[in-house]
Design a binder for this molecule. Sequence first.
Ligand SMILES: C[S@@+](CC[C@H](N)C(=O)[O-])C[C@H]1O[C@@H](n2cnc3c(N)ncnc32)[C@H](O)[C@@H]1O
Length: 279
Amino acid sequence: MKIIDNLKQGNEILKKNNISSYKIDCEILMSQTLNITREEVLLNLEKNINNEEKEKYLNLVNRRKKNEPISYITNDKSFWRDRFITNKNVLIPRPDSEHLVEQTLILIKNDQAKRILDIGVGSGCLAISILNERPHCRCDAIDTSKKALKLAKINANLHHLLDRIKFYKRDVDNFYNDKYDLIISNPPYIKKHKIKYLGTINHEPKIALDGGLDGLEIIKKVISKSKYLLKTNGKLVLEIGYDQKYKVINLLKEKNFFINKKIKDYGNNTRCIVSTKVK
Ligand SMILES: C[S@@+](CC[C@H](N)C(=O)[O-])C[C@H]1O[C@@H](n2cnc3c(N)ncnc32)[C@H](O)[C@@H]1O
């Protein structure tokens, strides 16, 4: 059966299951099946695939049909200027989190050697993207999830950064390692009771999403701990939920942080706050 006919068959299956990105998803799943690029798939639509390839492709389509995110099926996600291995143990890196990378890079000149802490490292996408662009910086990275740390190490290794990132399996509450110039964090910030209503997010680990009853449980810990872990004039670059701006700014001010910048996401909500520990 030709590639084009398999794509059409996959399209029908995904459409029936309300997957709106059915067309591009089937092309990606075919490229994964045949181990070629999506462009190559489109250039070879008239080519036949064998039964084994067809079975593999339909297996992937069936996973996608159940709303499993495409990045978990392909184990791959582009973020900032790089690609990262992803799996069900980590949050899929989001385009909105690229604001944290951008803001951090603005704060560090190319030749500076800053000490950075990443709280809730997940796949490692933030720390790795920053270290890739700032060759003299070093980073400590913590996470409570052993499985996330395992994947972050694999990604760090792929980017040849194992000598500049140290990983710790630690709750932010129990981390007293050093003093840092800069702390970055994209903590879990979804209200507990809202998690179950969030589409594909349901496939992602609860520990990466669950911000407690008010959504602010881990953010509060990150802010309190940053007050101790940052050097004076050190910066905290924090991702927050779309509706948490005022509450988080108050929490920061209570701990004597000076608010430098509020950065909006692609949906026009404040998503990232840059602040300074002044004393
Ligand atoms: C929203 S994910 C962010 C992952 C990654 N930094 C990113 O931006 O894609 C939050 C991460 O924080 C970790 N985490 C949750 N609670 C934590 C805690 N109390 N201390 C440290 N890490 C925590 C989770 O395991 C998860 O990997």
